[in-house]
Design a protein around this ligand. Structure first.
Ligand code: ASP
Length: 348
């Protein structure tokens, strides 16, 4: 179907979405869960989504509902589950104008980032949504989220994967799960971090074109290591393992317990072996600035990459993506801090 203009003025002057054919792909999550003796668990949902969307119909919407098998609690998602979503979109890419992914909230931010990177060289809108309370609950937020996500997609046609939840749409690579229960489950780090200086990186088509085509998300393991008071060199080394990359969640703008014996040596040894270690902040607002304090300078000297204001989730997905493009460790180190889909803020 050819692309139509994004919006036109309706009779009352309100924007009206033009016709779109959308694939609604359910991966599982609380949205469609049902009660069991052991708590909520995934259940078939395609018919219930269909019922929800049939009346009242959303003007201009033609849709197909796809249920991935098995429907999962997103706590069980792995990079292979990201690939299952990518495959489901890829198979239908030419036949649909956009994609709405129903997903659990626990790891929605990771999947959103993974999907955003995998489709960074293409522009059809992809929006992820879900629910804090299942459709089977009278007070479910699922219907509003799903209908809102579809309308958001039709009206704004985002060019990178977004999360729409609790009435708010945001770049999926910038989202952080904020609440276990509130309707507004997610916050975006974009505004918070832009406030502290710099500009959102726009999509970088010239850079994206220079990256070899993405292959697949695999079962490659990339650990996320959070620094905490009392962390020892032995524990840190065990967590970093002998793996190609790691995300290091530092304090503040990149601070470490640098006085702990052996800690920086363990990091230097891992990066010396070729491990790509990306520093991100445990804070939601602000960015990494290695070298701003003595306790962060050692990290730069140990070969750690400054992760700017990438969220942990975006850093993890981006490392998987860049390795999935077949890049070397030094190429990954270079590209991880260059914005591809608005995931980080360039220095202002
Ligand atoms: N554990 C659920 C999931 O992530 C939580 C949710 O969907 O809200 O699948």
């Amino acid at each position: 179907m050819p692309y139509l203009p994004t919006t036109t003025a309706g009779d009352a002057g309100h924007p009206v979405a033009q016709e779109m054919t959308i694939a609604i792909i359910s991966t599982g999550g609380t949205f469609g869960m049902e009660a069991s003796a052991r708590g909520l668990r995934p259940a078939p949902v395609a018919d219930r989504i269909d019922l929800l969307l049939r009346s009242p119909a959303i003007p201009g919407l033609a849709y197909t509902v796809v249920e991935l098998a098995p429907q999962i609690d997103s706590a069980n998602a792995t990079p292979l589950a990201w690939q299952q979503i990518v495959d489901a979109i890829e198979e239908r890419y030419e036949d649909f104008d956009g994609f709405v992914i129903v997903h659990g909230t626990d790891t929605m931010t990771y999947s959103a980032a993974a999907v955003a990177f995998a489709f960074s060289d293409r522009r059809k809108p992809i929006v992820l949504t879900g629910a804090q309370r299942p459709l089977s609950s009278e007070r479910s937020d699922g219907p509003l989220n799903l209908i809102g996500a579809i309308e958001h997609l039709m009206l704004t046609r985002p060019q990178t994967a977004e999360i729409y939840f609790g009435g708010v749409g945001m770049n999926g690579t910038r989202a952080v799960k904020y609440s276990t229960t509130a309707d507004r489950a997610f916050v975006s780090t974009a505004t918070a971090r832009v406030k502290s200086g710099g500009a959102n990186s726009a999509a970088r088509p010239n850079i994206i074109r220079s990256i070899p085509p993405f292959g697949r998300y695999s079962d490659l393991e990339i650990p996320v290591v959070r620094v905490y008071p009392g962390i020892s060199a032995r524990t840190l080394s065990a967590m970093l393992g002998d793996l190609p990359a790691a995300v290091l969640e530092c304090y503040g703008y990149g601070n470490m317990p640098a006085a702990t014996p052996g800690l920086l040596d363990a990091i230097a040894a891992a990066s010396g072996r070729g491990q790509v270690i990306v520093a991100v902040s445990q804070c939601v607002e602000g960015r990494i600035t290695l070298g701003a304090s003595e306790v962060s300078t050692g990290l730069a000297e140990a070969g750690v990459t400054d992760g700017a204001d990438l969220t942990t989730e975006a850093a993890l997905a981006k490392l998987h993506y860049l390795f999935g493009c077949g890049l070397s460790a030094s190429e990954v180190r270079e590209l991880v801090t260059i914005g591809l889909v608005g995931e980080l803020t360039t220095r202002g």
